[in-house]
Design a protein around this ligand. Structure first.
Ligand SMILES: Cc1cc2nc3c(=O)[nH]c(=O)nc-3n(C[C@H](O)[C@H](O)[C@H](O)COP(=O)(O)OP(=O)(O)OC[C@H]3O[C@@H](n4cnc5c(N)ncnc54)[C@H](O)[C@@H]3O)c2cc1C
Length: 250
């Protein structure tokens, strides 16, 4: 890898907030303009650094939610009430504010739009963020690779990207979206409510013989459980890429 590329990723970049909008009662998308942005691949993340007036500084990782394109980068942050950084990003940050970030980071958990293999995306909670970047990139680049997003969330009130997902569902037969509600479902929801188990996962995914590229993202427990289920079902470990949204930061 070229030295300039590595140094570029390690460099803190100045960004400015263009817009913010709520995705749920506790999650917000922050739209940034990063003039020095070199571009990214869907699945990559950035580190965001906050610095207080007294010089205290802290940083956290956030996946990129947007498809690559120009200098615009979108992040979606789930607020943790007792958190240090996520309440600031979801409650305080306003359009026009500056922000520091570095990246894009990560070369493994990425989907390339040239890939033709079926892509099986499985998300738990805010783990949908980098997978949404893959869905958006597929559409933006006109990819015809079959893609399925299995999105597990607690209930309708925690569902991120609701309107966009509704719009996309049914728009393209090669893109399938399946929601798994773990605690409560909308009225009239026909499917079972509960955690994604082996039977449900097998019913919603491709058989291993189709050799899908599997991407799993979410809290550590979710990721480990789904990755193990996929392996039990016969998917090759080398075809399963995972991203754990554990605590991050300095
Ligand atoms: C590669 C990567 C990508 C990430 N992408 C996203 C993203 O797109 N959107 C997003 O909202 N978050 C994402 N995260 C999580 C994010 O980095 C922070 O950990 C999260 O925002 C909490 O930071 P905080 O400062 O608010 O909480 P902290 O002050 O760090 O922690 C407060 C409390 O919450 C616990 N905690 C911290 N982080 C988590 C977590 N992720 N899950 C459960 N408990 C936690 C801590 O142990 C502590 O008890 C990502 C993490 C990684 C490693």
């Amino acid at each position: 890898m070229a030295r300039a590329t590595v140094l570029g990723r390690l460099t803190w970049r100045a960004a400015q907030v263009l817009a913010v909008h709520d995705e749920s009662a506790t999650a917000r998308t922050v739209v940034l303009d990063v003039p020095s942005w070199p571009g990214h691949l869907p699945g990559q993340h950035v580190d965001v650094r906050l610095t207080a007036e007294d010089g205290y500084s802290t940083q956290r990782s956030y996946s990129i939610a947007s498809a690559p394109g120009g200098t615009r980068v979108e992040l979606t942050v789930q607020r943790l009430e007792d958190g240090e950084v996520s309440p600031y990003l979801t409650e305080v940050l306003r359009p026009g504010d500056p922000l520091e970030l570095r990246g894009p980071i990560g070369g493994w958990f990425v989907w390339r739009h040239e890939e033709q293999a079926p892509a099986l995306l499985t998300a738990g909670g805010s783990g949908v963020v980098p997978l949404m970047a893959m869905v958006r990139t597929r559409i933006a680049r006109g990819s015809t690779a079959p893609m399925r997003l299995i999105y597990s969330t607690r209930g309708p009130d925690t569902l991120l990207y609701r309107d966009e997902l509704r719009r996309l569902a049914g728009q393209d037969p090669a893109l399938r979206l399946d929601l798994v509600y773990t605690r409560s479902a909308p009225e009239g929801w026909g499917d079972p409510v509960g955690r994604l188990d082996a039977a449900r996962l097998a019913a919603l995914s491709w058989p291993p013989a189709d050799r899908p590229a599997c991407f799993v993202c979410g809290p550590t427990g979710f990721v480990e459980s789904v990755a193990n289920l996929l392996i039990d079902q016969g998917h090759g470990p080398e075809r399963i890429k995972t991203e754990r949204f554990g605590p991050s930061g300095s």
